[in-house]
Design a protein around this ligand. Structure first.
Ligand code: SF4
Length: 208
């Protein structure tokens, strides 16, 4: 990979993905961080259905921090991993309420210390919630990084983040994240990617 090739790839992605925006519904950083934690191993569509009810009942960190575990568990059950997610979002809300006066911090180090918040979630909150340059790498971006030659097949997700950041200009990280994510979600899927008419074929190392 090099900067020129990466720019060509991103430019083609811009032609394919004409509206590179988040698909999770949220009104503020609190709703965003909860929605991202809930989005593990499910679809954004399902999360949006669940958070509509959740945020109506628990609009901020204080109310969610005092929520009853069973009630939260029942609301978020359709998303899967409900035990862990219920525990995490209540603990996350408690920490936000007690340590940050209910306000989501806008620095990476503080974010990754919050319950249930990993590197990817912290980066999404920075990039999408605060407009601070960050490159969240999820399963789609990791797959894209391998198929499009940003990293080798046996390299890990941290390497993918490092290499994306190296070859994509900092002011484009957040937008590029949406481009790769949506391309991975709807075109270059894990199984049966839409290779036939893919404009990125010349860069692609996927052997099918
Ligand atoms: S050719 Fe297929 S595997 Fe390669 S980037 Fe395009 S859709 Fe993905």
């Amino acid at each position: 990979m090099n900067k020129e090739k990466s720019k060509e790839i991103v430019d083609i992605l811009k032609e394919i993905i004409t509206n590179p925006a988040p698909e999770l519904d949220f009104k503020n950083p609190f709703e965003l961080i909860i929605a991202v934690v809930l989005s593990a191993q499910t679809t954004d569509k399902r999360v949006n259905i669940v958070t509509k009810e959740l945020f109506l009942k628990y609009p901020d960190a204080k109310s969610l921090s005092m929520a009853d575990y069973d009630t939260i568990y029942n609301i978020i059950t359709p998303l899967g991993l409900a035990k862990t997610k219920a525990k995490n979002i209540i603990a996350l809300a408690k920490t936000l309420d007690e340590k940050y006066l209910g306000i989501v911090p806008n620095d990476f180090e503080s974010l990754v210390e919050l319950p249930g918040v990993g590197r990817k979630t912290a980066s999404v909150v920075l990039a999408v919630g605060f407009n601070i340059p960050a490159m969240p790498v999820d399963t789609h971006l990791y797959r894209m990084a391998k198929r499009l030659g940003y990293i080798k097949e046996d390299e890990d997700i941290l390497k993918a983040e490092e290499v994306y950041k190296k070859y994509i200009p900092k002011n484009e990280w957040a937008n590029a994240h949406h481009l790769f994510l949506l391309f991975g979600r709807y075109h270059c899927t894990a199984k049966n990617p839409l290779c036939k008419d893919c404009k990125l074929k010349i860069y692609c190392k996927y052997k099918g």
